[in-house]
Design a protein around this ligand. Structure first.
Ligand code: ZN
Length: 621
């Protein structure tokens, strides 16, 4: 009985609530760039309300013509292409519980009303699906892959087959969560079980999400079966010009056993060891810091140089990376992209937030982890490149991106509602990463690492929301952090502290009729003025240095626009620096955080010299 109870607890902790199962048979017709598919979906209503409709994503219709929402948002002219280069996903047949529903299927556009967009379909049901009930859906579909763009498609005879099958949307307590495919958005779907049969001409090698459980030849074709549970998407890649390298990986503390599968373009064979090394280091870093990697495989697809658009993307248990024929060791792009995409197995794959609505939970948390991982593996100042004496670290790279555009949006915003693609990226990636790094420095690294571990533990195989992250951060830190998230996550406000001026005056004996005996406290009077630009405040220390070497640390809550610190001392103030510990990484201009009266080439204590130079160059244009 006890054992059973433990097993029950164990299973409820570790596994997702399985909502859906997909059984797909797919056949690749390479000459036509088409995948023909047959799909059986068993879908269960796990909410407490009945539903009388269902929604499907047909993501490849984003590439159907120039008028799709994706193309319109991208800027049409950029995507003019030949017929063969467009893509689509066509439902040829659909039966629900055995009843033909093809005529009831219609396209809907809840986000923007664009009647030309066919990325989302709605099907009213003959009878509602009650809570706890399941329905079976049978589909025949045809997916035409576009010339590779935005993560999927073909290039010559390389195929990155992603977002390729009709996929049911997510029913939540508040109703269906279903969005069209947008230029600046990724995806959202339920966890489930996948079993996919992939049939290709014999010359093609194939890798896919999950574990290959069977393979056989049949009339000049190879049929392969892939299976996995607890995933919410399935992608695959096929190419005759790739080599497959496999290595078992295991570690203790925490215990991880998995197989690394590398799908390497034949022109990139020289990078095999770099890929293998970084993927092992990534598994170690994430397992150690957040929780053990639980899946039986991790597959890395290396797209050929003519298909780099397929690179740098994540799918459950399969990632796409990217490199070029020549990539010297000091340029760490291969490592950075691989580690980043592997990180998404945690922030997207297992903690599966809604990427349409809260992209910071996957891209932001993952960029934070990326900075930490790259720093641990390659050093803080050298984690992007370190070549011919030129060095650049990931934190500086995030800072540079953060300050590169004005703040028009809060981080918390639907992906497709940002001012621009740039604003979406900066907020979802860099600003979010810097926000978390700031919070980490503010709360302390130990405390923050407990927050991250707890967030992962609590939401592995679930769909966390922003409020879940905040709740974990507050619970684990024991602090009310509403002010912090209100300022940096929910507001588009900015912050920039500046040392405005340092004034010093040599004191002499006062003149005039003295009523009291003059008490001499020091020979110098100094005044340091600091100001805050922007609407956000954050508590900081200010370090004041006197000529005789003495230091004073002042605290400023930053609430007023300015503050003056006055001293009468034997020695005069020669420098002041705001936030000397470098906690507030969201300060938009750190170049003006310090001032010194000495004739130094750089102000004292400036920890972002290279960055500040970049910044002043940027500002001068
Ligand atoms: Zn990412």
């Amino acid at each position: 009985m006890r054992r059973l109870l433990i097993m029950f607890l164990f299973s409820s902790l570790i596994f997702s609530q399985e909502v859906v199962s997909y059984k797909i048979k797919a056949k690749l017709i390479p000459e036509e760039k088409i995948v023909k598919g047959e799909e059986i979906i068993i879908w269960k209503n796990i909410t407490s309300k009945p539903t009388s409709e269902i929604y499907f994503h047909l993501y490849l219709n984003a590439f159907r013509n120039e008028l799709s929402t994706f193309m319109r948002e991208s800027g049409i002219e950029r995507f003019r292409r030949k017929d063969i280069e467009w893509g689509y996903c066509e439902v040829r047949e659909i039966k629900i519980n055995g009843i033909d529903m093809k005529k009831k299927l219609h396209y809907v556009q809840p986000d923007d009303g664009n009647i030309y967009d066919r990325t989302l379909v709605k099907i009213p049901l003959d009878s509602p699906v009650n809570p706890g009930e399941s329905i079976s859906i049978y589909l025949i579909f045809e997916s035409k892959l576009p010339k590779v763009l935005a993560r999927s498609g073909y290039s010559r005879d390389f195929f990155m087959v992603a977002q390729w099958f009709p996929k049911i949307a997510v029913l939540r307590e508040e109703g269906w969560n279903s969005h069209q495919y947008h230029r600046n958005s990724e995806f959202f779907s339920d966890f489930g079980k996948y079993e996919v049969e992939i049939r290709t001409p014999e010359k093609f090698k194939v890798v896919a999400s999950g574990v290959k459980t069977n393979e056989w030849k049949e009339k000049g074709e190879i049929v392969r079966i892939f299976k996995e549970d607890n995933i919410h998407d399935f992608a695959w890649s096929a190419s005759p010009n790739h080599k497959i390298f496999e290595e078992e990986f295991s570690m203790k503390e925490p215990e991880v056993k998995t197989k690394i599968i590398l799908f390497l373009d034949r022109d990139h064979l020289r990078h095999k060891e770099r890929y293998m090394k970084i993927i092992k280091k990534s598994i170690e870093f994430f397992s150690k810091n957040y929780g053990p990697y639980p899946y039986k495989t991790i597959t890395v697809v290396d797209p050929p140089s003519h298909a780099l658009q397929a690179g740098g993307m994540e799918y459950p248990t399969l990632i796409t990376a990217g490199t070029t024929f020549w990539l010297p060791k000091g340029l760490l792009f291969l490592e950075l992209v691989t580690l980043h995409e592997f990180g998404h197995q945690y922030w997207y794959g297992m903690c599966a937030n809604n990427e349409f609505e809260e992209a910071w939970l996957d891209e932001g948390i993952n960029s934070y982890s990326e900075v930490k991982g790259m720093r641990e593996l390659f050093g803080e100042k050298t984690s992007v490149f370190n070549i011919f004496g030129f060095k650049f670290g990931d934190i500086d790279s995030q800072r540079l991106s953060y300050i590169s555009i004005p703040s028009f949006d809060p981080i918390y915003r639907k992906s497709y509602e940002f001012f621009s693609g740039g604003s979406y990226s900066v907020n979802s990636y860099s600003k979010s990463a810097l926000m978390l790094l700031t919070l980490e420095r503010y709360l302390g690294e130990d405390k923050f690492s407990k927050i991250m571990r707890e967030y992962f533990r609590r939401f592995q195989f679930k769909h966390p929301k922003t409020e879940d992250f905040i709740r974990v951060a507050e619970e684990v830190s024991g602090k009310n952090l509403k002010w912090f998230f209100d300022s940096f996550l929910f507001s588009d406000g900015t912050i920039d502290y500046r040392v405005e001026r340092i004034m010093t005056k040599k004191l002499r004996k006062p003149e005039g009729k003295m009523d009291l005996k003059f008490k001499e406290e020091g020979n110098w009077e100094s005044e340091v003025s600091v100001v805050r630009e922007g609407s956000i405040s954050f508590p900081v220390n200010i370090e004041i240095l006197f000529e005789d070497g003495k230091k004073i640390k002042e605290f400023w809550d930053g609430k007023e626009r300015w503050r003056k610190f006055k001293y009468v001392k034997p020695s005069k103030v020669i420098s002041a620096i705001i936030d000397p510990e470098g906690i507030l990484l969201l300060d938009r201009n750190r170049f003006n955080n310090s001032m010194t009266l000495k004739k130094n080439p750089f102000p004292l204590g400036m920890s972002f010299k290279a960055l500040a130079l970049f910044q002043s160059i940027l500002f001068s244009f």
